[in-house]
Design a protein around this ligand. Sequence first.
Ligand code: PLP
Length: 397
Amino acid sequence: MFEHIQAAPADPILGLNDAFRNDLNPNKINLGVGVYKDEQGATPILKSVKQAEERLLNQELTKSYLSIEGAPAYRQAVQTLLFGEDHNIITKQLAQTAHTPGGTGALRIAAEFIKKHLPEATMWVSNPTWANHQAVFQSVGLEVGSYAYYDANTKGLDFEALLASLSQVPAGDVVLFHGCCHNPTGIDPTPEQWYQLAKLCSKQGFLPLFDFAYQGFGEGIEEDAKGLRTFLEHVPEMLIANSFSKNFGLYNERVGALTIVCETAEQTEAAFTQVKRCIRTNYSNPPSHGSAIVAEILNSKELRSLWEMELKSMRTRIHEMRSLFVNTLRTKGVTQDFSFISKQRGMFSFSGLTPDQVAQLRKDFGIYIVGSGRINVAGMTHENMEPLCDAIATVLK
Ligand code: PLP
């Protein structure tokens, strides 16, 4: 029965991680997969997370199932983080949130929900976008199209082309926006541009789906929610897939959420029952531990302020590495302009390195970068900066 099955191609990002692990070069550097690294190159457990876990270990009384949508304290904490304290979306109960296994789980449930209830809708994603988006939406049979985003000449946002693309999207389709820290480019719309996009969305009548995987990695927790909150001033309906993999460092606990916003509390309640059906036939109900950690931290004044400090220090370290990278390349005699990298936000940048240069960096220097030239800036440290920039200067010659 299985004889005819061909091997699937390796995942372009996770496959790179496997190759890195097997590389015997002692000086290898991993700028591939999107995981935060500290100055020592480690992905540590946050102190706030460890302290929350200690509390949970003492308090936990049962391992019985959670409900389909997850724990109430977690779901409430997610909404406060997304919308801000006492937002009218919360007080008027216009949103319902389900805990999902990571941001990917939220996107997958959103995809199934869209396919079932808006079967004619096309999904629109930015060009480029996170490598998994297209596959997740196609896996439920949705048509996926792309809208203009990145300008390879300016290494910035092509806002005119973006507006022109989205002006062609008809009512009833769904448009995915990266809430902040666009993956893979690191380029986000400005507040004024978010405003124009929100107005356009309202005029065209398409449904926004916000993928919010990096809240707090750009400018700050509140600042990074600006785009999403601006949209909510102009459109009555939205889907939000958020993740706590990065901002809490809870990658392997699989903790994220899908939030649905409708025009009235009754509509939200009804639509949410359908979200729960998708979950029930998928993984039935979520795992508990990761969401309990997030809820414990966000609902404790002391742990929350510790987490905010830790998040700030991750964000600041990445900003510093961006500047150091640009300056070090300059000192190595690289004349090509890389200054755009210090203006970008979040973990990633589109370096502009070609597939050949990426391949040479891997073969000759053990430096791992995604084929598109996307680099994970969080993989840079003071220690690996010199050899990294020497190698890039060599392949650019
Ligand atoms: N969305 C984007 C844009 C991402 O970059 C990622 C992870 O890299 C995800 C979603 C998925 O996050 P998670 O690991 O929580 O499934």
